[in-house]
Unconditional design. Sequence first.
Length: 483
Amino acid sequence: MWSRSKAWRLPVTYVAAAASAAVCSAILIAVLFTSVSKIESAMPRFGFFAIREFHIAIRDVTHLRDMVSLAQLAGGSPESLEQLAAANDLVYIRFERIDGGDTISEIPAYAGIVPQVNDAVKRIDAILAAGLPFDENSLKELGIELDQIVARMNDEYYKYGEEVNVDLYAAEKNLNRFNYQIAFALTVLSALAIGTAVLLIGRRETISKLEFLAWRDATTELKNRAWMSANRDGLLERARLAGKPLRLFLIDLDHFKSVNDTFGHHIGDLLLKAVAETLQSVERPGEVAAVRLGGDEFAVMAIGHSDDLGHRLREQLNRFADLDGHQVRIGASIGMASFPDHGSDISTLLRNADSALYAAKAEGRSGFVTFSPAILSQIDAQLGEEAAIKQALNADEYFLVWQPQFELATGRMIGAEALVRWRDRVSGTVRLPDSFIPTAERSDLILEIDKIVLSKACAQAVQWMSISRIKSLRSAVGMNESG
């Protein structure tokens, strides 16, 4: 007969096994619930990201189509061709990223669209590279093809949105039902713990993949801007509690656009990956984090490191890299601000580091500058000068003077060189190039000045050609090397 006293005499091994099974089941149930909850929260976010990516892709292709139409209507004006080139670059970046990831596979019909768009991008690059006069028939054909592509993308976009909603709803129901079934089974039979562990591993891999897509940059695999937004305050608090400085380095590549324009976007992507490898070499978990903010901008957040890290990064980044057989100089400017010396919150550190980066570029690029209050006044002066130069461009205050060129043997004037001057209406003086060209060279304003100088010089040369006695006079124009 069973008695209470006999019940307490069960072998210790049985009791330990039962207790272990109960604990194991409880732990597995708790972990499984947590894992499934994470998947449930991540799945809708992933579906939203996919739909958003497709929507942006449609927008960029539609914009490219409009720029093709504008180039036709404008007769290939320089402004329309510049806008067409910018739109073409956006479409290349968008479809290169989608084609390189898993997202595109979610819409089978898009798999055929990607090659068509890539082909259109290459053809537009060829038209732009050929220069004026451009091939109007080719642009017309491209416009028709892009119309068809946009229509097809819109059809597939709406179909996919409906499919995502249905799939996510079904997946959520299945996960909830599966959650309770597994919990019941584990409670009754602890032997299923091994099988549950296998399922758990698979779910962890899924979570890791989703987290990678959410927190990593697709091209460089560095942490992205979203990761920095979510973790920057935590790094600052960790530095505060440890009583250590937090240094924020903002890094901007020099002449990255020129690399893309000269060698192509493929080499530009390889350049970004080479920079990422350099930044990854200094990363330390919980101590140093490297982030790609977007485009050619990067950031490094370091707890407890000195300014030497910035100098080391500058030396490692300012070098030549072998990119698919091309020797390309990387080149980077770095601005640094630190906690607590230059700010007590991340927003202030970002603003001051950006000011230091601006100062580094103003010094001639490939430099490293630590923030100081004096930088702000320098930047204000620089921005004020840039604003004055821009206002002078709008007010047509630039004019040309001509320096004659003589033939030594005969003393006959054979040509003239155009020299730019600025009639500054604010100060009432005529400013020489040395007083404003250096400032213009540190921004894109030098390109606008070069355009005006070239336009005025050509107009004067045409006028001289109408005068028979100076018809053979040669005209020269000095251009900035970056233009």
